[in-house]
Design a protein. Structure first.
Length: 202
């Protein structure tokens, strides 16, 4: 791993665990085993570093979606794997990180919300259409309407409550994802979903 990637990776862990404001460039330099001068060689300031961390997470999200789509699995399994990734990610993000991102780095926070529009919602829309074709989702579903509902719910979670309590966040996300899956599935899909649940895959 090169020096820049190491700095990004270690900074991500520090920010996610302890928040942004209390972590200094000195803390990051010590964690990475480099000088602060070396960090500034790659990043203008903490804001620039944070921006690149977010970009790294977005890249990973895209890779997860593309990887699952290439597996040629059914729509239900594809969406379930996506939700498991999101749930796993949320467990690693402290409430402090989210609050400080929203309060002190609003431009980056807004960009994160926009990624939902450009990456997550198109994926969900495509997934719903695929699931209907496979007979795993209800045929009378309005894909666009369901996506709008998903968007509205996620706004409440992310903008109003997502970053208030990590434990609540985890439980809320898992509940909403389960609720969303059950809203989508047909009788055929419900049987598969129950199998996933019994095997601990949901």
């Amino acid at each position: 791993m090169n020096t820049k990637n190491k700095i990004v990776e270690q900074s991500l862990k520090l920010f996610f665990n302890y928040g942004i404001q209390h972590i200094t460039m000195d803390d990051i330099a010590e964690k990475c085993g480099v000088s602060k001068k070396t960090i500034y060689k790659y990043f203008e300031n903490k804001d620039d570093l944070l921006h690149q961390i977010i970009e790294l997470q977005v890249k990973e999200l895209k890779e997860v979606i593309n990887k699952n789509q290439l597996k040629k699995i059914n729509a239900l399994e594809e969406l379930n794997l996506f939700f498991k990734y999101i749930n796993g990610l949320s467990r690693n993000i402290s409430a402090t990180f989210g609050k400080e991102l929203k309060k002190y780095h609003s431009s980056i926070f807004i960009k994160v919300i926009k990624y939902k529009k450009t990456i997550i919602l198109p994926f969900v829309l495509q997934n719903i259409k695929k699931g209907k074709e496979e007979g795993l989702y209800k045929k009378n579903l309005n894909a666009e309407g369901i996506c709008d509902s998903f968007d509205d719910i996620s706004k409440v979670v992310f903008l109003d409550g997502f970053f208030n309590n990590s434990g609540t966040n985890k439980n809320t996300l898992e509940f909403l994802h389960s609720l969303f899956l059950h809203r989508l599935v047909s009788v055929k899909g419900l049987k598969i979903l129950k199998d996933y649940s019994e095997n601990g895959a949901v």
